[in-house]
Design a protein around this ligand. Structure first.
Ligand code: MTE
Length: 322
């Protein structure tokens, strides 16, 4: 994703320490004030609780596939965002071969009755992989159509018996500088972290992917285990997961920590809410044979999955909770 460009600062523009300290004090006081608690999504305020809704089986199924032209395997596996292996789109496919994906285990803990560390086979035991053809819309403005194989995240999470305090689920990617050359650069405060509200995590569309195009996930796409949340911007779909935690409070996420005004917790695809530095109204669909000249098409609310997911956000101000 495009990093904020640092402006040149003249020495006359540099804030004196005293002014800086005063400002910090004022900000701290504002954040602590109960009256101003709802001021911003980034001030530590919690969103309203989700409405109790369920997606009908027919609605859910309608979201499992699309007849749209699929992105070529070479593009799905050659044009990637995986900053642990570099910030260029071709870096992950070149560098990620060093990621050892077996043996692999995942720690699951927090607000649940049965926490534990499970090897990948045990984590997925008895769950048959399903195929889902999803649109993936990156916050940068490009999108793909990808046939994934994986299991519903809900089926895996239920094994750990989340309790009533489990309001969110936090995910963490491996951060090993020996296997991941990008970790040497502080482009992100590693490890990469993401999170979902519990109802989003349990939603039938949310997939824990283990493969694509009928083959095991390549390292650059997040082997051996990644999230796919098709109605949210692509950065929510965290790769190479090593930890899952049930939490009571909204967990911090890697992109929000870096630029809170640009990357919210929810990050639902929304053409009506622009990124502060670019429009989100259209997207460049990378599908078929031409990537460079791919056509721009209108971006749809919730990436076209509104029938399946919009009810989870009923009554919520989507400009505030972006
Ligand atoms: N997960 C980790 N651990 N590190 C990353 O840099 N990039 C995200 C997401 N998951 C990222 C990540 C972003 S910005 C996008 S758009 C998708 O992965 C891209 O997935 P793809 O390369 O399989 O298309």
């Amino acid at each position: 994703m495009r990093m904020p460009r640092l402006p040149r600062i003249r020495s006359s523009e540099i804030t004196t320490e005293a002014v800086y300290r005063d400002r910090r004090r004022l900000l701290a006081a504002l954040a602590a004030s109960p009256l101003l608690g709802g001021l911003s999504a980034c001030a530590g305020a919690e969103p309203p609780p989700p409405p109790r809704t369920t997606t009908s089986a027919a609605d859910a199924k309608a979201g499992f596939s699309t007849g749209e032209e699929q992105t070529r395997y070479e593009d799905v596996t050659g044009y990637n965002n995986f900053y642990e292996f570099g910030t260029g789109k071709a870096d992950p496919s070149r560098a990620a071969k060093t990621l050892r994906t077996s043996p692999w285990s995942v720690v699951v803990d927090g607000e649940c009755a049965k926490p534990g560390t499970l090897g990948l086979e045990d984590l997925l035991r008895g769950l048959a992989p399903q195929e889902r053809i999803y649109r993936l819309r990156c916050v940068e403005g490009w999108s793909m159509v990808i046939p994934w194989q994986g299991v519903p995240l809900a089926d895996v999470l239920r094994r750990f018996q989340p309790g009533s305090k489990a309001k969110y689920v936090a995910f963490t990617t491996l951060a090993d500088p020996r296997q991941m050359p990008g970790i040497r650069y502080r482009s992100i405060d590693w490890p990469y972290r993401e999170g979902l509200r519990i109802d989003e995590a349990m939603h039938p569309l949310t997939l824990l992917a283990t493969g694509l195009y009928g083959k095991p996930l390549p390292q650059q796409n997040g082997a051996p285990l990644r999230l796919v949340v098709p109605w949210k911007y692509g950065f929510k779909s965290i790769k190479s997961i090593v930890a899952i935690r049930f939490t009571e409070r909204m967990p911090e996420t890697a992109w929000h920590a870096l630029q809170p005004s640009e990357y919210g917790f929810f990050s639902n695809v929304n053409p009506a809410v622009d990124h502060p530095r670019w429009s989100q109204k259209t997207e460049r669909r990378i599908a078929g044979s031409s990537r460079l000249f791919a056509e721009r098409i209108p971006t749809l609310p919730f990436n076209g999955y509104a029938d399946q997911v919009a009810s989870m956000y009923a009554g919520m101000d989507l400009r505030k909770w972006y």
